[in-house]
Design a protein around this ligand. Structure first.
Ligand code: ATP
Ligand code: MG
Length: 253
């Protein structure tokens, strides 16, 4: 049957099942994210949130089901510059090598755009990404000298350098203090609202995420349950996933 492509669709999973060594961690997952959406994925450790994100950005290929990016089967998809991805352990990389912030951000090209732009255009795109991430003044600093919060913004700039239409982030604010976290979320919300960037983020920062996301996806029991508005039923379900009710044990930022 022909697949009806919605022009605004960024990513779609159709009946996706994914297994590691024969044990499924996701089963018959259906999910669609449209352009301009801000989707927060939550769920307990080991629920397969990172796995889900990796499937969406093509790092893991499910044997069962279909993954589509911008309406195209991911197996034929080539426009990788339209996608930005920050992995869960991005901040754990060895930052002792003597690279500057601008160099780290520029390295974001090498996934997808290599050789497409002149040096001067590249420089402009790096500057623009630094500006978008609010770290222009850090351009010449060594990556190893930065605080965790500053470093996360460098990875954000690195993911933005290709001017992606959609950004996939896997727990980008782990280990970062509350105010830097809040600033990071403000930045994401700004990019989402003002630049139309589609944001798909895995997070345990429930308060920060809920105040920004239009949709919440609960990953549990090998499935993904999407809540578009936080009705009572949704609240109950999310409370079950989290083990507490939002607003009771958790403060909105
Ligand atoms: N490379 C792998 N090989 C085998 N099993 C894996 C692999 N990666 C993840 N798993 C298993 O798949 C399940 C889902 O892992 P995943 O990393 O997607 O969870 P998560 O929801 O991101 O958890 P966390 O909140 O801890 O980051 C876990 O049971 C994990 O042990
Ligand atoms: Mg994870």
């Amino acid at each position: 049957m022909a697949y009806p492509y919605n022009k605004r669709e960024v990513v779609r999973l159709v009946d996706v099942t994914f297994a590691y060594n024969g044990s499924p961690v996701l089963e018959r997952v259906n999910l669609a994210v449209e352009a301009g959406e801000f989707l927060a994925l939550i769920g307990p450790n080991g629920a397969a949130k990172s796995t889900l994100l990796k499937i969406m950005v093509g790092l893991l290929r499910p044997k069962v089901g279909e993954v589509r990016l911008f309406g195209q089967d991911i197996r034929r998809f080539r426009d990788w510059h339209r996608i930005g991805y920050i992995s869960q352990n991005a901040s754990h990389i060895n930052t002792s090598f003597p690279a500057t912030v601008a160099e780290v951000v520029a390295s974001g090209y090498y996934s997808g755009l290599k050789g497409l732009f002149e040096g001067s255009t590249r420089k402009r795109m790096v500057d623009e990404a630094l500006e978008l991430a609010g770290i222009k003044e850090l351009a010449g600093r060594l990556i190893g000298e930065l605080s965790g919060g500053q470093r996360q913004k460098v990875f954000l700039a690195r993911a933005l350098v290709k001017r992606p239409a959609a950004l996939f982030l896997d727990e980008p604010t782990t280990g970062i203090d509350v105010s830097s976290r809040e600033e990071f979320y403000r930045l994401l919300a700004h990019l989402n609202r003002e630049k139309g960037l589609t944001v798909i983020i895995v997070t345990h920062d429930i308060g920060a995420a809920f105040s920004r996301a239009q949709k919440i996806g609960c990953v549990r029991d090998r499935g993904v349950y999407i809540h578009e508005k936080l009705s009572e039923v949704d609240q109950d379900h999310i409370a079950e996933v989290l083990g507490y009710r939002i607003g009771e044990n958790h403060v909105y930022l």
